[in-house]
Design a protein. Sequence first.
Length: 317
Amino acid sequence: MAKKLILLLTIVCATGIWQDVYAQDPQFTQFYANPLYLNPAFAGTARCPRICMNYRNQWPNLSGTYVTYSASYDQHIDAISGGLGLIVTQDDQARGTLKSTQASIVYSYLLPVTREFSIKAGLQAGFFQKSLDRTKLNFGDMIDARRGFVWNTNEIIPAQTKTNLDFSAGLLGYSKRYFVGFAAHHITQPDEGLQGPSKLPLKITGHAGAIIPLEKGNESFISPNVLFQQQQNFTQLNLGLYFVKGNFVGGLWYRNSDAFIVLIGVQTDHLKVGYSYDVTVSKLASNTAGSHEVSLQIQFECRPKKKKYRTISCPSF
């Protein structure tokens, strides 16, 4: 089925049946487990050094058609009054046919507004490369009726790589009981086109949540959350709830009219592991088999605080 899909998309693009083809950025269901990807202002919010790694396999019935990886590092640094981070993301479509890789550095400035409320403002500068493996493309004029794909194509193959710079920014406000954030990615709308100019559309993200303790000491609490994203004509609304009891984390989410999301996780002071499954409820349900996602966070120790620092109490997944 994957080969048929790749062939169909290739023929459609090559023959010009569609003048423009659009898609949104790769998404992660466990967006708080990939904080720098969600909002640059999250850099340094854990204060001590933190490593986050994420893997997403979307629509596994299509045999590896959409697989996304991400890894990031961030920490707070007193000398620069904020957080510093690095994030690398790779999106692999059709087993390497089309790959997008981005590496970015992130800085966030911490502003304590009151004794209970703080603001972080983040800036992100990145470099991305989009690459096309022409050896994995098949066209109609390559087919021999008896022997299959044996001929060279006369189709005009687009450029195989495209590189450019990309810039993003974000804001985050938080206290012990609630948090709200806003991010704007691809502010300069860089050109990513392999076959003529094609701007990467601006992506707007808004997210908010609260912590509601169920017992003293915050050993058990629930956290209702909302996430909204818009990129060109694509909109996404996630509504959900986390439940935390000691080291156990559970979550249930609903995304647009597309999927229900189930999440389970285990967390300690230094390690957090989460798994989520997107149960597709749209017409694609019988063909895609949903989406799988795994996250791993490693929290390191750091030097004792020289001054009071307020970390954000938001969900880990």
